[in-house]
Design a protein around this ligand. Structure first.
Ligand SMILES: [Zn+2]
Length: 255
């Protein structure tokens, strides 16, 4: 399969899907889910585990369980920390966090820092928070939808406290050597540099344009953009329901 075709197929398939009980099960096992902190059954009725391998109790998918696992394992007191989550699509982080949790979404028509229906608007490329505000910032499959990830990476490090961490997921394409933009924003107009691709989005009109493809050099790019190193976690653990493609969890620490 040609690389471009492979990437197209993969990106079209990204996005959590509902478990379809009418289809035959292709994978099923018991284990422990870090999203609902319970002994559960994991099931998939598709071979594409990334979006179909569900916890039958909380309906989490592998990348969500992996991120939660990394938090629990390497940041054991994370619930007490000052956390900001950008564009959350679930409550797996917020339901365990204390009063120090906050979140935001990006709305085109709301001024960053202002609220729409009790939800704060923030643009990761120019955050309105002061320097050294948060211990942890979480983004889940957000970075591939940003026009200027260099600015976002820099801004996130600015608003993290020294020693703080950006913990995040984003699709990193194995067959792609160099990261690059798919679209840019010039004078408010979207310029498509490659064929348009969208991922499902629970907010807005239900879809998000993919603006960047990340490849082998993703961590090096992040380092150039923000000046700090990124550690990439790759886990395959059926007992934790972590199996499939595109499950990397990245941790960039401000140290
Ligand atoms: Zn669960």
């Amino acid at each position: 399969m040609k690389i471009s075709k492979y990437i197209k197929f993969i990106t079209r398939s990204l996005g959590a899907q509902m478990y379809n009980a009418s289809r035959p099960t292709v994978k099923e096992n018991t284990g422990y889910c870090h999203c609902c902190r319970s002994d559960v059954v994991f099931k998939s009725n598709e071979g594409w585990l990334r979006d179909y391998y569900h916890c039958m109790q909380c309906h989490s998918i592998p990348r969500q369980r992996h991120l939660q696992h990394i938090l629990d394992k390497f940041f054991p007191d994370w619930q007490t920390k000052k956390i900001h989550e950008s564009s959350p699509s679930n409550n797996f982080i917020s339901k365990y966090s204390g009063k120090n949790y906050s979140s935001s979404q990006f709305f085109n028509d709301v001024m960053p820092g202002q609220y729409a229906d009790n939800t704060r608007c923030e643009n990761l490329e120019r955050l309105t928070f002061e320097d050294n505000t948060f211990d942890i910032i979480i983004t889940q499959d957000v970075f591939e939808h940003i026009f200027n990830p260099d600015l976002a990476a820099k801004e996130i490090m600015r608003v993290l406290k020294p020693g703080g961490a950006h913990i995040f997921t984003a699709p990193k394409h194995k067959a792609l050597q160099h990261s690059g933009p798919r679209a840019s924003l010039t004078n408010g107009e979207i310029i498509h540099l490659k064929e348009e691709q969208y991922h499902g989005n629970p907010i807005g009109d239900g879809r998000s344009l993919v603006t960047w493809d990340y490849g082998d050099d993703f961590e090096s790019q992040l380092n150039k953009w923000c000046g700090f190193s990124t550690v990439t976690y790759v886990t395959r653990d059926e007992y934790l329901g972590i199996d499939g493609e595109y499950l990397e969890v990245f941790v960039t620490r401000k140290i």
